[in-house]
Design a binder for this molecule. Structure first.
Ligand code: ZN
Length: 206
């Protein structure tokens, strides 16, 4: 998981939030405002899912706009329904992340906008399994049991990326850190985009 900074609230969403009665969030469907919001969120998130860090595409089939405070279609606080600070972009899979969470609230400890250094809260082993570095059992249990961040598919994807990084580390030799930092800024796949030190993945310092 990654920690995110808030976007300014201003934008086309504000027009929807002032309508009386407040419309369902589905009122955004097929509106340019939905595309603009998705693009803003993706830029803020380095085009990664806010929960599992899978790379996301900027179109509706690939990316879900997820309310951090659950809103359903008509429920929740109308003032937060069209508030960009209550939204993240996440992947569209049915068994992980936003869809898997449904209407369950996210523990503050792993809230993408409230928690700091979320990427340090987990350790990722070479087989792609996330384990708990610094979270309460409740928060880690939510990540693993509700967001399904250790699903078989995600573990395979992480393991593939880590194998590539290890190969790259060996090939790059003493310049590994600099070169992998360059690599991580390209679209090479999730988790590699945001790591700050090789130690996060158990690599020795180059
Ligand atoms: Zn995801």
């Amino acid at each position: 998981m990654i920690s995110l900074t808030h976007l300014p609230s201003a934008g086309c969403l504000a027009d929807f939030s002032t309508l009386d009665p407040p419309p369902a969030f589905d009122a955004l469907a097929f509106q340019s405002c939905k595309e603009q919001t998705r693009t803003r969120l993706l830029q803020n998130q380095s085009r990664q899912c806010a929960f599992c860090e899978t790379p996301l595409e900027d179109h509706g089939d690939a990316t879900q706009l997820d309310h951090l405070e659950p809103q359903g279609n008509n429920g929740g606080n109308p003032a937060r329904r069209f508030d960009v600070t209550n939204l993240v972009a996440c992947c569209q899979t049915t068994d992980t992340c936003g869809h898997a969470r449904g209407q369950k609230e996210i523990p503050p400890e792993i809230h993408p906008y409230d928690a700091i250094n979320l990427h340090r809260a987990f350790h990722c082993s070479s087989d792609g399994m996330l384990s708990n570095e610094s979270l309460s059992q409740e928060a880690f249990g939510f990540a693993e049991g509700t967001l399904n961040l250790n699903s078989a598919g995600l573990k395979t994807q992480r393991s593939t990326i880590i194998t590539k990084l290890q190969q790259y580390t060996v090939a790059a030799g003493t310049n590994a850190r600099r070169r992998i930092t360059q690599l991580s800024t390209e679209k090479t796949g999730f988790i590699s985009l945001h790591f700050q030190t090789l130690g996060r993945f158990g690599f020795p310092e180059p």
